[in-house]
Design a protein around this ligand. Structure first.
Ligand code: ADP
Length: 202
């Protein structure tokens, strides 16, 4: 149950939608809980509130989590408002999990590196690519800095091959490259696709 790393480190789990990132995060966190380690799990809040919630996988498993508006909220939560790591006695969790990490801003990187420096095992799960198959936000930097990287695949909904990309459909049609990431009132869906069957309209 001990991780192979001496002290704090960063583990990143990436892949397209439906590849089992949340499942894998839940699996690692559950093992840490069985080992009676102190664990805190965070995910981005959809609304403007900081509240208790769950990380749930598409297959239905879930664990307790805290919904936060950004990395600043995670620091506040872990430090009880004071600046993180200011007092060496401050009890940090042994394991910090973060789901949907691609939705955090560029301040996630400095936070997770501070945590790893302070001895915390940080487990991040998130999309490596956006719906256009372009590297997603803060993830590339974190992939480079991580001690461990796991790239998961889903199953392509068209041909059954390993899927590495997330197909975005708007009204049943592949989304356009310039479509805004948030489309109010649109009929949207996502499917896992392989490189051959992933389509982006130009
Ligand atoms: P992620 O966090 O990567 O979106 P989840 O852990 O939430 O993935 O869900 C993974 C689960 O989704 C799989 O174990 C499977 O039960 C289900 N699933 C649904 N569609 C697919 C698909 N196209 N490929 C693989 N798994 C799928």
């Amino acid at each position: 149950l001990k991780s192979p790393y001496h002290g704090g480190h960063l583990e990143v789990i990436v892949g397209p939608m439906f590849s089992g990132k949340s499942e894998e995060l839940i699996r690692r966190v559950t093992r840490a809980l069985i080992a009676r380690q102190r664990v805190a799990v965070f995910k981005p809040a959809i609304d403007d509130r900081y509240h208790a919630t769950q990380v749930a996988s598409h297959a239905g498993r879930s664990i307790e989590a805290v919904a936060v508006r950004g990395a600043v909220d995670i620091r506040a939560h872990l430090a009880g408002e004071g600046p993180l790591l200011s007092s060496p006695e401050a009890e940090l969790p042994e394991v910090v999990g973060i789901d949907e990490a691609q939705f955090f801003g560029s301040d996630l990187g400095p936070l997770v590196l501070d945590l790893a420096e302070a001895g915390v095992r940080v487990i991040l799960a998130g999309l490596d690519l956006d719906f256009r198959a372009e590297p997603f936000g803060c993830i590339p930097d974190l992939l480079a800095r991580a001690e461990s990287v796991e790239k998961l695949t889903a199953i392509c909904t068209v041909c059954g091959a390993p899927a590495t990309r997330s197909q975005r459909l708007i009204g049943g049609q592949p989304a356009r490259f310039d479509d805004p990431v948030v489309l109010v009132g649109a009929q949207e869906a996502y499917e896992a696709r392989c490189r051959v069957h992933h389509e982006v309209r130009r």
